[in-house]
Design a protein around this ligand. Sequence first.
Ligand SMILES: [Zn+2]
Ligand SMILES: [Zn+2]
Length: 226
Amino acid sequence: MKEKNAFNVSIVFDNNCVNEGFLSGFGFSALVFNNFSNNYLLFDTGGNGEVLIHNIKKLGVNPSQIKKVIISHNHYDHAGGLSGFYAQNPNIELFIPYNIKNYEQNFPEAKVYLYKDVKEIDESIFVSGIIGISISEQALFCKTNEEKFVILVGCTHPGLENFIMKAREMGEVEAVIGGFHGFRKLSYLEGIDFIGACHCTSYMSEIRMRFPDHFRKVCVGDTFSF
Ligand SMILES: [Zn+2]
Ligand SMILES: [Zn+2]
Protein backbone atom coordinates (compact mmCIF):
# COMPACT_ATOMS: atom_id res chain seq x y z
CA MET A 1 0.00 0.00 0.00
CA LYS A 2 1.25 3.48 -0.82
CA GLU A 3 1.80 5.69 2.22
CA LYS A 4 0.53 8.87 0.66
CA ASN A 5 -3.14 9.78 0.57
CA ALA A 6 -4.65 9.31 -2.84
CA PHE A 7 -6.72 12.48 -2.94
CA ASN A 8 -7.29 15.76 -1.17
CA VAL A 9 -10.83 17.03 -1.60
CA SER A 10 -11.38 20.73 -0.79
CA ILE A 11 -14.82 22.32 -0.67
CA VAL A 12 -14.65 25.54 -2.71
CA PHE A 13 -18.36 26.41 -3.05
CA ASP A 14 -21.36 25.77 -0.83
CA ASN A 15 -24.38 27.65 0.46
CA ASN A 16 -24.53 26.22 4.00
CA CYS A 17 -21.26 26.46 5.81
CA VAL A 18 -18.18 28.60 5.21
CA ASN A 19 -14.88 28.94 7.07
CA GLU A 20 -13.52 32.40 7.86
CA GLY A 21 -11.92 34.16 4.91
CA PHE A 22 -13.86 32.13 2.35
CA LEU A 23 -17.00 33.25 0.50
CA SER A 24 -20.43 31.65 0.27
CA GLY A 25 -22.82 31.45 -2.65
CA PHE A 26 -25.59 29.22 -3.90
CA GLY A 27 -24.25 26.04 -5.40
CA PHE A 28 -21.54 23.46 -4.94
CA SER A 29 -17.97 22.89 -6.09
CA ALA A 30 -15.11 20.73 -4.89
CA LEU A 31 -11.44 20.84 -5.86
CA VAL A 32 -9.65 17.50 -6.01
CA PHE A 33 -5.88 17.13 -5.89
CA ASN A 34 -4.90 13.76 -7.30
CA ASN A 35 -1.68 12.51 -5.71
CA PHE A 36 -1.32 9.79 -8.38
CA SER A 37 -1.13 12.27 -11.26
CA ASN A 38 -0.33 15.53 -9.40
CA ASN A 39 -3.32 17.09 -11.20
CA TYR A 40 -6.04 19.34 -9.87
CA LEU A 41 -9.60 18.60 -10.99
CA LEU A 42 -12.56 20.86 -10.36
CA PHE A 43 -15.93 19.20 -9.84
CA ASP A 44 -18.71 21.74 -10.56
CA THR A 45 -18.22 25.48 -10.38
CA GLY A 46 -20.93 26.84 -8.05
CA GLY A 47 -23.15 29.68 -9.21
CA ASN A 48 -20.58 32.49 -9.31
CA GLY A 49 -17.11 32.57 -10.86
CA GLU A 50 -15.77 35.36 -8.63
CA VAL A 51 -16.72 33.55 -5.45
CA LEU A 52 -15.27 30.32 -6.85
CA ILE A 53 -11.95 31.89 -7.82
CA HIS A 54 -11.66 33.69 -4.48
CA ASN A 55 -12.08 30.39 -2.64
CA ILE A 56 -9.64 28.50 -4.87
CA LYS A 57 -6.98 31.20 -4.42
CA LYS A 58 -7.62 31.29 -0.67
CA LEU A 59 -6.51 27.64 -0.60
CA GLY A 60 -3.22 28.71 -2.21
CA VAL A 61 -4.11 27.28 -5.61
CA ASN A 62 -3.86 29.29 -8.82
CA PRO A 63 -6.84 28.59 -11.14
CA SER A 64 -4.38 28.05 -14.02
CA GLN A 65 -3.13 24.92 -12.20
CA ILE A 66 -6.54 23.32 -12.77
CA LYS A 67 -6.64 21.51 -16.11
CA LYS A 68 -9.78 19.38 -15.83
CA VAL A 69 -13.28 20.58 -14.98
CA ILE A 70 -16.26 18.26 -14.53
CA ILE A 71 -19.83 19.58 -14.64
CA SER A 72 -22.39 17.36 -12.89
CA HIS A 73 -25.43 18.89 -14.59
CA ASN A 74 -26.47 22.09 -16.29
CA HIS A 75 -28.14 23.93 -13.41
CA TYR A 76 -26.70 27.38 -12.74
CA ASP A 77 -25.66 26.56 -9.19
CA HIS A 78 -23.22 23.97 -10.62
CA ALA A 79 -22.32 25.36 -14.05
CA GLY A 80 -22.86 29.10 -13.43
CA GLY A 81 -19.30 29.75 -12.23
CA LEU A 82 -17.76 28.18 -15.32
CA SER A 83 -17.73 31.28 -17.55
CA GLY A 84 -15.89 33.31 -14.90
CA PHE A 85 -13.43 30.48 -14.34
CA TYR A 86 -12.92 29.98 -18.09
CA ALA A 87 -12.23 33.70 -18.57
CA GLN A 88 -9.15 33.27 -16.36
CA ASN A 89 -8.24 29.75 -17.44
CA PRO A 90 -9.51 28.73 -20.88
CA ASN A 91 -7.10 25.87 -21.59
CA ILE A 92 -9.06 23.16 -19.84
CA GLU A 93 -10.54 19.78 -20.50
CA LEU A 94 -14.25 20.00 -19.83
CA PHE A 95 -16.33 16.93 -18.95
CA ILE A 96 -20.05 17.57 -19.36
CA PRO A 97 -23.16 15.39 -18.95
CA TYR A 98 -24.96 16.51 -22.11
CA ASN A 99 -24.64 19.32 -24.55
CA ILE A 100 -27.78 21.44 -24.33
CA LYS A 101 -25.70 24.42 -23.29
CA ASN A 102 -23.53 24.42 -26.41
CA TYR A 103 -20.35 24.05 -24.44
CA GLU A 104 -18.20 23.79 -27.56
CA GLN A 105 -19.44 27.15 -28.79
CA ASN A 106 -19.37 28.88 -25.42
CA PHE A 107 -15.96 27.56 -24.41
CA PRO A 108 -14.10 27.29 -27.74
CA GLU A 109 -10.63 26.94 -26.25
CA ALA A 110 -11.66 24.04 -24.02
CA LYS A 111 -11.61 20.41 -25.07
CA VAL A 112 -15.12 19.14 -24.41
CA TYR A 113 -15.83 15.51 -23.53
CA LEU A 114 -19.11 13.71 -22.97
CA TYR A 115 -19.17 10.13 -21.71
CA LYS A 116 -22.35 8.10 -21.45
CA ASP A 117 -20.78 5.44 -19.24
CA VAL A 118 -18.03 5.19 -16.65
CA LYS A 119 -14.73 6.56 -17.95
CA GLU A 120 -11.36 7.12 -16.30
CA ILE A 121 -10.47 10.78 -16.93
CA ASP A 122 -7.40 11.05 -14.68
CA GLU A 123 -5.41 8.35 -12.90
CA SER A 124 -7.89 6.53 -10.59
CA ILE A 125 -10.59 9.18 -11.14
CA PHE A 126 -13.70 8.32 -13.16
CA VAL A 127 -16.81 10.11 -14.35
CA SER A 128 -19.89 8.01 -13.62
CA GLY A 129 -21.40 8.53 -17.03
CA ILE A 130 -24.91 9.82 -17.43
CA ILE A 131 -27.42 8.87 -14.74
CA GLY A 132 -31.11 9.79 -14.87
CA ILE A 133 -33.46 10.68 -17.68
CA SER A 134 -35.37 13.90 -17.04
CA ILE A 135 -32.39 15.66 -15.43
CA SER A 136 -29.26 13.78 -16.46
CA GLU A 137 -26.34 14.10 -14.12
CA GLN A 138 -22.85 12.69 -13.63
CA ALA A 139 -20.77 12.14 -10.51
CA LEU A 140 -17.03 11.72 -9.93
CA PHE A 141 -15.67 8.44 -8.56
CA CYS A 142 -12.19 8.64 -6.99
CA LYS A 143 -10.52 5.28 -6.29
CA THR A 144 -8.33 5.29 -3.17
CA ASN A 145 -5.22 3.26 -2.32
CA GLU A 146 -7.54 0.70 -0.68
CA GLU A 147 -9.54 0.50 -3.93
CA LYS A 148 -12.56 2.11 -2.29
CA PHE A 149 -14.49 4.94 -3.86
CA VAL A 150 -15.00 8.54 -2.85
CA ILE A 151 -18.08 9.84 -4.68
CA LEU A 152 -18.55 13.53 -5.43
CA VAL A 153 -22.09 14.48 -6.43
CA GLY A 154 -23.83 17.66 -7.58
CA CYS A 155 -27.55 17.74 -6.71
CA THR A 156 -28.32 14.03 -7.33
CA HIS A 157 -31.67 14.85 -8.97
CA PRO A 158 -31.89 11.25 -10.33
CA GLY A 159 -31.61 9.91 -6.74
CA LEU A 160 -28.39 9.48 -4.74
CA GLU A 161 -29.00 5.72 -4.54
CA ASN A 162 -28.41 5.43 -8.30
CA PHE A 163 -24.96 7.03 -8.00
CA ILE A 164 -24.09 4.80 -5.02
CA MET A 165 -25.24 1.66 -6.87
CA LYS A 166 -23.20 2.62 -9.94
CA ALA A 167 -20.05 3.06 -7.82
CA ARG A 168 -20.73 -0.20 -5.95
CA GLU A 169 -20.54 -2.03 -9.29
CA MET A 170 -16.85 -1.06 -9.18
CA GLY A 171 -16.08 -1.46 -5.48
CA GLU A 172 -16.84 -0.44 -1.93
CA VAL A 173 -17.92 3.15 -1.27
CA GLU A 174 -15.90 4.96 1.39
CA ALA A 175 -17.29 8.48 1.13
CA VAL A 176 -19.97 10.52 -0.55
CA ILE A 177 -19.81 14.31 -0.65
CA GLY A 178 -22.18 16.85 -2.21
CA GLY A 179 -25.87 17.67 -2.51
CA PHE A 180 -28.29 14.86 -1.66
CA HIS A 181 -31.42 16.84 -2.65
CA GLY A 182 -34.60 15.04 -1.43
CA PHE A 183 -32.82 11.74 -0.77
CA ARG A 184 -34.58 9.65 1.92
CA LYS A 185 -33.58 6.05 1.13
CA LEU A 186 -31.09 6.23 3.95
CA SER A 187 -30.30 2.50 4.03
CA TYR A 188 -28.13 3.06 0.94
CA LEU A 189 -25.75 4.99 3.19
CA GLU A 190 -25.11 1.96 5.43
CA GLY A 191 -21.43 1.06 5.41
CA ILE A 192 -20.26 4.43 4.08
CA ASP A 193 -17.61 5.85 6.38
CA PHE A 194 -17.82 9.53 5.43
CA ILE A 195 -21.21 11.07 4.67
CA GLY A 196 -20.60 14.68 3.64
CA ALA A 197 -24.11 15.90 2.90
CA CYS A 198 -24.26 19.59 1.97
CA HIS A 199 -25.60 22.08 -0.61
CA CYS A 200 -29.24 21.10 -1.38
CA THR A 201 -29.63 18.19 1.08
CA SER A 202 -33.20 18.32 2.44
CA TYR A 203 -32.97 15.67 5.16
CA MET A 204 -29.67 16.74 6.70
CA SER A 205 -30.77 16.28 10.34
CA GLU A 206 -32.35 12.87 9.64
CA ILE A 207 -29.10 11.70 8.02
CA ARG A 208 -27.02 13.07 10.91
CA MET A 209 -29.28 11.40 13.50
CA ARG A 210 -29.20 8.03 11.77
CA PHE A 211 -25.43 8.07 11.09
CA PRO A 212 -23.98 10.20 13.90
CA ASP A 213 -20.50 8.65 13.64
CA HIS A 214 -20.29 9.01 9.88
CA PHE A 215 -22.13 12.23 9.10
CA ARG A 216 -19.60 14.99 8.41
CA LYS A 217 -20.32 18.67 8.24
CA VAL A 218 -18.44 19.98 5.24
CA CYS A 219 -17.72 23.70 4.88
CA VAL A 220 -16.12 25.89 2.23
CA GLY A 221 -12.39 25.88 2.94
CA ASP A 222 -12.34 22.37 4.44
CA THR A 223 -9.94 19.81 2.96
CA PHE A 224 -10.39 16.07 3.46
CA SER A 225 -7.81 13.44 2.59
CA PHE A 226 -8.62 9.94 1.39
ZN1 LIG B 1 -27.63 22.18 -6.91
ZN1 LIG C 1 -29.60 20.89 -9.84
